[in-house]
Design a protein around this ligand. Structure first.
Ligand SMILES: Nc1nc2c(ncn2[C@@H]2O[C@H](COP(=O)(O)OP(=O)(O)OP(=O)(O)O)[C@@H](O)[C@H]2O)c(=O)[nH]1
Length: 295
């Protein structure tokens, strides 16, 4: 059987249990990313790797009505994330029910081509009648509703089994053990990958992977140095990723660096290389190196 992988966006209002579920799914504490308080509200990625599949979860910020620039940024990030994934997992709180904001978001999500799966969380703290009532409201947005408790790990296995259906044949984007050791590296890599996919359109669909080789902080200068490599499968793809005069790569790196600065705080010095590795996920040898500096 071939390896499958995919990206799944976690969406839902603040406090419904997205971080708890992410931690339950991935089995490690990934929700602590930065020391800066507001940055924990940005996107966090959790990776669930098994022998035959890898699920990459994007934890989007809460869907509250934006009150300021940061709020606007977070909402934008959440909606953008939901666009570039293989499935969206919407989480509702059984105790609170379906809020107006949830309805607006669900309305939009249900009209998209991306599969929508709904998890009704906190069933451990809600009576059966209430659960049935909320589920009834949710049914108009999608038929795939799972009752879960992220905290008590109820129904989570069934949910994962279902989500597996939306994975596609593809690479192991991240090393199996990466998330527990270096969440920041994973997030930095994902940001670059996201910017690359967005800028490149459908030209190079699943053929790229990003690896962050170095992420070092210089606390005294409030600076983070990041070295990353975009792996692609063909020489022709490398040309497209770099672009005429290096413009495409510059665009990708600039956009990624901007998000990284939001996420990590302080300044980010980012260098991105593009390397061709036809089977990049299995081989360790680097066939070709092309340097590019972005600052
Ligand atoms: N009883 C119960 N409480 C839960 C469950 N899942 C999460 N919680 C609690 O709900 C609260 C919010 O959980 P979080 O995981 O931080 O929610 P979130 O959606 O990530 O919140 P934001 O970061 O604000 O978007 C915490 O107090 C959790 O302990 C659950 O399944 N059952």
């Amino acid at each position: 059987m071939n390896f499958k992988s995919g990206f799944i966006a976690l969406m839902g209002s603040p406090n419904v249990g997205k971080s708890t579920l992410l931690n339950t799914l991935v089995g490690t504490k990934v929700a602590i990313v930065s020391k800066k308080p507001q940055t924990t509200r940005n996107r966090i990625t959790g990776v669930l790797t098994r022998s035959d599949y890898q699920m990459i979860f994007m934890d989007t910020p809460g869907l509250q009505t934006p009150k300021n620039k940061l709020g606007e940024f977070m909402l934008k990030t959440a909606e953008q994330t939901a666009r570039d994934v293989d499935a969206v997992l919407f989480i509702a709180d059984a105790r609170v029910g379906v809020r107006e904001r949830d309805q607006e978001v669900l309305e939009r999500l249900s009209k998209r081509d991306i599969p929508l799966v709904i998890a009704l969380n906190k069933i451990d703290a809600t009576d059966a009648e209430r659960i049935a009532e909320v589920e009834e409201t949710l049914r108009q947005y999608g038929s795939e509703i799972f009752r879960i408790s992220a905290k008590e790990t109820l129904g989570v296995k069934e949910l994962v089994e279902h989500l597996k259906k939306y994975l596609v044949e593809g690479p192991m984007y991240y090393p199996a053990d990466m998330i527990s050791d270096q969440p920041e590296q994973v997030i930095a890599a994902e940001l670059i990958r996201e910017k690359a996919l967005k800028s490149l359109g459908k030209e190079i669909p699943h053929g790229i992977g990003v690896e962050v080789e170095k992420l070092e902080r210089e606390e005294d200068r409030d600076l983070t140095n990041i070295d990353a490599v975009i792996y692609c499968e063909k020489e022709s793809h490398k040309g497209i990723i770099i672009g005429a005069g290096g413009r495409m790569l510059k665009k990708i790196a600039s956009a990624a660096r901007e998000d990284m600065q939001m996420l990590f705080g302080g300044k980010v010095f980012l260098q991105v290389w593009v390397k061709v590795k036809p089977d990049w996920r299995n081989k360790t040898s680097i066939l070709h190196t092309l340097g590019y500096r972005e600052n």
